[in-house]
Ligand binder design. Structure first.
Ligand code: GYE
Length: 348
């Protein structure tokens, strides 16, 4: 009996030791594999500015998809909720975590010098996406990819000029309100500038401009207040489609008609993005007369910039994406801006 008990104890101890040994061997093997995978993954901290529009959510999706683990990335994603202070905190956290690259989609242009200097000191390359940063030392970031927002504004206003000329509407009969984007963001600055210059050159009347923060709710509120203030408004320049959707609702709620007969009491809506399906449908119906496309699919572009940097190359500092101009009205076939002609595409 005693002998058997002894044997059982020895066997038990042996099995515990073996299992222990076995599992720790497996564990360490797993750890090695993880470490190996971890070593090969590029760690990227991405500070997105918020989730204000359909453009933004499509842009976020594109980034998450391109910088996925299957594609070789370990992505740390932070939503800044429209607050620059949140974005600065996120960047500081990325620096502490010693990420390989920082990607920043900045809410506004100014106020980035200090934090980007900290990233530079830590030796972490920064890629700016979508809107731009206005920093004294351009070497604080490696490169930028995004749209030419002023060009988008020039294209929409060139279309408005061509359309009104075709319809025999004189410039002094064009009374515009501008529902601006987030003040201080490159998209707002460029699109507002495009309108201001065109209005000056063409002799159009800009009645007012107020920010709608690129959202549908604010677009509706701002348009409702414009309608209460100005009875002669006949063109609404919305700096994105979400604002346009809100503006259309406000116009119809006020018992007014959206359309292109602007000397006959209708109000024309023009806009930017071409991402939101409801806005695309409005464009097909002619309720949004013209949309300058703004391309949100920057994920693969950012990934290739990171790959270039990672292999020691120096990508171009500024990388522009090419974009279309949409309208369902065939009165204007193309517009020419800065010597380049853009065909007007039908919305798909
Ligand atoms: O047009 C708007 C979004 O910065 C291009 O931001 C982006 C703009 C886009 O909220 O819908």
């Amino acid at each position: 009996m005693r002998k058997n008990a002894m044997l059982a104890l020895v066997l038990l101890l042996l099995s515990v030791t073996l299992t222990g040994c076995g599992s720790s061997a497996v564990n360490s093997q797993n750890k090695n594999e993880e470490a190996e995978i971890g070593q090969n993954l590029i760690t990227v901290g991405f500070s997105q500015l918020g989730a204000e529009s359909d453009w933004r959510s499509t842009n976020t999706e594109s980034m998450l998809e391109a910088l996925s683990q299957e594609n070789g990335y370990n992505l740390i994603y932070k939503n800044g909720q429209q607050k620059q202070s949140n974005q600065i905190t996120a960047i500081r956290m990325f620096i502490q975590q010693e990420v390989d690259y920082i990607v920043l989609a900045p809410a506004m242009e100014t106020g980035w010098d200090s934090v980007l200097y900290e990233a530079k000191e830590a030796g972490i390359p920064v890629i700016i996406v979508d809107r731009r940063v206005d920093v004294v030392d351009k070497n604080l970031y490696s490169c930028w990819v995004g749209s030419d927002f002023e060009l988008e504004g020039k294209k929409v206003t060139a279309w408005l000029k061509a359309f009104t000329e075709k319809k025999g509407i004189s410039p002094e009969d064009v009374h515009i309100v501008n529902i601006q984007g987030t003040i201080g963001s490159t998209a707002q600055i460029g699109r507002s500038r495009g309108l201001a210059n065109a209005a000056r050159e063409n002799g159009w009347d800009i009645l007012d401009e107020v920010s709608g923060d690129f959202t549908e709710t604010r677009g509706r509120e701002v348009m409702a207040s414009f309608l209460r203030k100005y009875d002669n408004v006949n063109v609404v320049y919305c700096e994105n489609d979400n604002e346009a959707i809100g503006a259309i609702e406000a116009i119809e709620n006020a018992g007014r008609k959206v359309g292109t007969n602007i000397t006959g009491g209708e109000i024309m809506v023009v806009s930017f993005d071409g991402v939101n399906q409801e806005a695309i449908n409005y464009a097909k119906e002619g309720k949004i007369a013209c949309i300058a496309e703004c391309n949100p699919h920057h994920g693969p572009r950012v990934a290739s910039l990171i790959e270039a940097l990672n292999s020691g190359k120096t990508p171009d500092k500024f990388n522009y994406v090419s974009e279309k101009l949409y309208s369902s009205f065939d009165d204007v076939e193309y517009v020419t801006v800065d010597g380049i002609s853009y065909l007007i595409d039908e919305v798909e």
